[in-house]
Design a protein around this ligand. Sequence first.
Ligand code: HEM
Length: 312
Amino acid sequence: MNPENIDPKFLAQFKKLEEKYDSMGQDVSSYLDGLLYSKYLHYADYIQLETLLSLQRPRTDIPDELIFIIYHQITELYFKLVNWELKQVADCKQVTDVFLQEKVSRLVRYFDNLIHSYDVMTKGMEMEQFMHFRMALLPASGFQSFQFRLIEIYCTDLYNLVDAKYRESLSETPSIEILFEHLYWKHGAQELSSGKKTLTLKQFEEKYTRKLLRNANMYSTKNLWQVVKKLAAKQELSTELKTNLRDFDKIFNVDWQLVHYRTASKYLDKKPEVLEATGGTNWHKYLPPRFQKKMFFPDLWSKEEVENWGKF
Ligand code: HEM
């Protein structure tokens, strides 16, 4: 081929490639050989479809258990996206108001999707089938979602996750370790009868305490709330950003909790009897947001809104 006939665009691309590989001491022509022999990318390989579809392993032969597993997996994938955004916020060197608006509105969208799809759980399983397969899942519970606990740690100071009843009794500058011991979910997961830690909690702690504590330490200065406060110390926050933050606080800590709680009630509240949950918490008292009173960005809410948390 006459070099004069080569498309200048192609030559420019080749030059860039050469520069890229030269800078790493690599020979670009060997990589072009690799390109010559490599296979075309297939959709299924790219998204790892076979692996994905092999990850559903029901514990029973009851058909609706598959819905239960897949919807939990879908939720965990959304949690992964949420954490992915939050990590980028924590690691961003030049945070701006617009950047935070974009990130937080993504978080809101992810949870909006979860809430709108929640009737897959609420309405989509046969009660009798649920009653049977749930017994094969003991003592596992969504309570043990590591990613859910990470979202909380990535979003706010540990103090805001401490059980509301214990916050007042803490010393002025409690260590991360002390705060960690009083997190709302640790207090919530106590056996109905004895007040001892549930097996579900013990197993969760055994598997994740070190990882959670490491993250709690790392994110104490770069969680979303800290990043927002640092920006607010330099400039006034836009109304859009404050609205996004409030929306996210509400959608995570109230709206999702409520659709989840209503689903738990539908399946477990067999009046006059209330069934014990697989995780063994006193879930009627533990799950409702009006009791948890957990919020990520407390300064963005009025006194009245805090008092009525979970009731609006
Ligand atoms: C029929 C469906 C469901 C029922 C009956 C149910 C029930 C419960 C109950 C009773 C608890 C309290 C802990 C316990 O004692 O087990 C709990 C906690 C939890 N569940 Fe579910 N759940 C359902 C679906 C889901 C789904 C689809 C997810 C998605 C991952 C999920 C995630 C969670 C989380 C993150 C917690 C901890 C909440 C907190 O600490 O505030 N649950 N669930």
